[in-house]
Design a protein around this ligand. Structure first.
Ligand SMILES: NC(=O)c1ccc[n+]([C@@H]2O[C@H](COP(=O)([O-])OP(=O)(O)OC[C@H]3O[C@@H](n4cnc5c(N)ncnc54)[C@H](OP(=O)(O)O)[C@@H]3O)[C@@H](O)[C@H]2O)c1
Length: 295
């Protein structure tokens, strides 16, 4: 049994915490409002933006803290919120752990494929250029550097778009008739089901606890980058509704409903798979199937 801290214990962190509890570990779930954490997770109330609150919370946690997973997310979609949540929050937590005398065997950070600006359908992996198009990717990269500078063994897992129970925006857009298809060449998107984001992290935690070396960077997406039009048409066929209409003009970047620059790329999960992880939902089809049949 290991002692594991999940900082930012929300959608992914909570699912991970559940899996870790089921595997027999002692799990601490840190968030500002820790009510309603999964069964068996010890709640820690603290604000990652406030180093003193972290030190106070960690003072109540006996050592060792074997593994730390940082899975907090920004409250808002602006640069300040991103800096607070990813850069400052991670720096504060690492500092508070050090002040506590903790020496984790591994620290994980849930980064994002937003660090890649490639927008031409290119295949990208951990060796690809990172020149983020906006502050989202830039702050994630900054946080990855903060993590790498910790001196502890670390892994940043660059997650694609997370979906799963309660996060079925695409299905709802097709069901409601709001969805439309962008004309022109494929627009490649990359996603991962919540249970695979959590599952991959649980798998990596297990490897770290066995003392196996892990790469400092991993891309966390499913096996199949998918053209958005293909996904929308597949959902429509499953729902038995008409295909979403093709828009008359390509949406201008920045227009309402347009996808942000940097969203047209094909992320490879080969390195993650090489660690031995096998996806429960290898593509959007398996992942959305459960949601489509849910009442
Ligand atoms: N959503 C996506 O498509 C996507 C894509 C790529 C990467 N990611 C990354 O994946 C990770 C997990 O995302 P998620 O969807 O699971 O996020 P989420 O559901 O929003 O959970 C984030 C958790 O962080 C906690 N938190 C936020 N600010 C905090 C603070 N200052 N102090 C303490 N706790 C704080 C929140 O709880 P309280 O409010 O109670 O504090 C919340 O439970 C994030 O790092 C995100 O950036 C997400």
């Amino acid at each position: 049994m290991a002692r594991i801290l999940v900082a930012g214990c929300g959608y992914v962190g909570g699912a991970l915490a559940s899996q870790l509890v089921a595997a027999g570990h002692a799990v601490f779930g840190l968030k500002r409002r820790p009510e309603g954490l999964p069964a068996g997770v010890a709640p820690l109330a603290a604000d990652l933006a406030d180093r003193a609150s972290l030190e106070a919370a960690l003072a109540g946690v006996a050592l060792p803290i074997d593994v730390v997973v940082y899975a907090a997310a920004a409250d808002a979609g602006d640069d300040d919120a991103y800096r607070r949540a990813y850069v400052d929050g991670l720096r504060n937590l690492l500092g508070a752990l050090r002040a506590r005398g903790a020496a984790p065997r591994h620290v994980f950070f849930t980064s994002s494929t937003a660090v890649y600006a490639q927008d031409d359908g290119a295949v990208v992996d951990e060796t690809s250029e990172t020149a983020p198009a906006d502050f989202r990717g830039a702050r994630m990269l900054e946080a990855e550097r903060v993590l790498a500078a910790s001196g502890w063994p670390v892994t940043s897992l660059r997650l694609g778009g997370i979906y799963g129970p309660g996060r079925t925006r695409m299905i709802e857009s097709v069901r409601s008739g709001r969805a439309s298809i962008r004309p022109g060449p494929p627009r490649w998107g990359n996603r991962i089901h919540r249970d695979d984001a959590a599952g991959a992290l649980a798998h990596l935690v297990a490897l770290a606890l066995r003392g196996e070396p892990l790469p400092p960077l991993l891309v966390g997406v499913d096996d199949e980058p998918a053209d958005e039009a293909v996904v929308l048409r597949w959902i429509a066929s499953q729902l038995g509704v008409g295909e979403p209409p093709v828009r008359e003009e390509p949406a201008e970047p920045g227009a309402r409903g347009a996808r942000r620059a940097g969203s047209n790329k094909r992320c490879s999960n080969a390195r993650l798979r090489a660690t031995g992880y096998r996806f429960r939902h290898p593509s959007f089809r398996e992942g959305y199937a459960a949601a489509l049949t849910a009442p």
